[in-house]
Design a protein around this ligand. Structure first.
Ligand code: PLP
Length: 470
């Protein structure tokens, strides 16, 4: 074994050991998910790539789910998991919550679609207005539609074509935002002045050039863009707490100053709260930071497991819809089944007591994971808010360039250890975070911590924790 104890040598040793562990754990994974792999292979002849969405095509193999109940899911091989995947952040009410089952069962008997509004749409809008401090709302059917509506509204209001977006955020798969999501380092350009890099070749250059990219947390970069593109920027869309490259909170004061800066240039600020909304606090990042933007985009958790989307805004913007200047439409907008579920989510499930429960669980998971990292001398730290959190096995994570420098092996090994130990995190590496639900318990948190500790012990090769940390 090397006697070199420099940080570079330690990192190289860790990565070599992580590669070994990933190989071992991948084998364990594949051996116990044979039915999933069989279905996947068969599905390839009728489903493009053998899956329903490209993000379900994951390493080391796609897991097919049969059932979900409470905090748990069961796959087609019969394995039970503590579900911290949460269906990419949807599942904060857990599976088959009695209030959702009741609301949806009641509604399904009365008809599920009319393309005419039902009264629940008003109740849900009132609840959202009260939480987010934005008075007027509309519905759509996904996070993609929600951020698309936000950008359209900012363009209509200003008559300007361009928007600002943060490097490394995902806002859905429409043209304006499929720019610099995970740009390759060789294409990304200078860190303080990133290039606008399209995600593949589906997005024409002329469209991509309308999206100007800035680093997260960098007000000077936004100021520069607003000056260089004077009179052309309609607004900025931002995930106020970044959740696509681990978990990154905004620097103190950043969001408030950002709003002022954009307004000073006649531009608007839209929060993409598709993941953060309802999860970080009763009013998402708005509640956490106290900053109310011009527009809030919601989806995911709002529907309690049904497809959903919503956009709320200041009257100045939402009136454009009322006046017909922006035609905000969709056959399934305000779908009765979704509205019935959303009403139950907001009125019956995500109560103040639910957020107390999230906080207790968050502390157990975050404190426990921090303690394991320290005890075994692993690099990194934990970030967590509300029912979300992530173990970040890196020294610094403030923006996309830090994310690029964060070795993939950590997230991949951690995912495998959790999965093989009966905890389903979002696939498969360092990008995502856990989502707990109102139905998760201390037992779920302890299972998560036990798996993390197993990985730490294997990584440190059976050394006693004190020796490992030395
Ligand atoms: N915005 C954010 C922050 C997201 O994480 C996602 C999806 O993961 C979206 C938008 C797009 O949402 P959807 O997949 O519902 O279109």
């Amino acid at each position: 074994m090397s006697t070199d104890t420099s940080p570079d040598s330690r990192r190289a040793q860790d990565l070599a050991r992580l590669d070994e562990l990933i190989a071992q754990q991948s084998k364990v994974f594949l051996d116990r998910t044979t039915e999933s792999q069989r279905i996947r292979a068969e599905a390839g002849s009728v489903l493009a790539g053998g899956v329903a969405s490209s993000w379900q095509d994951t390493q080391p193999g796609t897991v097919w789910i049969r059932t979900g109940r409470g905090s748990r899911t069961w796959d087609v091989d019969g394995t039970e998991y503590t579900d911290l995947h949460g269906g990419f952040g949807v599942g904060i009410v857990g599976h088959a919550h009695p209030a959702i089952v009741a609301a949806v069962s009641d509604r399904v008997r009365k008809g599920t679609h009319f393309a005419q509004p039902t009264e629940d749409a008003v109740v849900v809008a009132r609840e959202l207005a009260a939480r987010f401090g934005l008075p007027v709302w509309r519905y759509n059917n996904s996070g993609t539609e929600s951020t698309m509506d936000a950008i359209h509204l900012m363009r209509v209001a200003t008559g300007r074509p361009k928007i600002i977006k943060v490097e490394g955020t995902y806002h859905g798969h429409h043209d304006a935002v499929q720019v610099s999501v995970y740009p390759a380092p060789e294409l990304a350009g200078p860190a303080d002045r990133p290039n606008s890099v399209p995600v593949g070749s589906a997005y024409p250059r002329a469209v991509v050039d309308l999206t100007v990219v800035v680093p997260f947390g960098d007000l000077a970069a936004v100021d520069r863009v607003l000056t260089e593109h004077r009179g052309e920027i309609a607004g900025m869309i931002i995930e106020p707490v970044m959740m696509n490259i681990g978990l990154i909170p905004p620097p103190p004061g950043y969001l408030r100053l950002l709003k002022d800066l954009l307004h000073a240039h006649g531009a608007y600020l839209a929060f993409d709260e598709v993941k953060t909304g309802l999860a970080l606090s009763p009013a998402g990042a708005v509640g956490l930071t106290g900053v109310v933007p011009d527009l809030v985009c919601l989806a995911k958790a709002l529907g309690g497991g049904l497809p959903c989307g919503a956009i709320g805004g200041i009257p100045e913007l939402m009136d454009l819809i009322t006046q017909g200047a922006y035609e905000q439409v969709g056959t399934f907008n305000g779908n009765p089944l979704t509205m019935a579920a959303a009403r139950a989510v907001l009125q019956d499930i995500l109560t103040p007591a639910a957020y107390d429960g999230f906080e207790e669980l968050r502390r157990t998971m975050a404190d426990g994971a921090e303690e394991i990292l320290r005890r075994y001398g692993l690099p990194g730290f934990v970030r967590s808010y509300g029912c979300k959190g992530a173990v970040l096995f890196t020294e610094r994570l403030e923006n996309y360039r830090d994310f690029l420098a964060y070795d993939d092996e950590w997230g991949n090994a951690h995912w495998l250890y959790q999965h093989n130990g009966g905890v389903f995190l979002p696939p498969w590496g360092k990008c995502e975070q856990w989502t707990a639900s109102v139905q998760h318990t201390r037992e779920d948190a302890e299972r998560f911590l036990a798996n993390l500790e197993r990985m730490a012990a294997d990584l440190r090769g059976g050394m006693r924790p004190q020796e490992a940390a030395a």
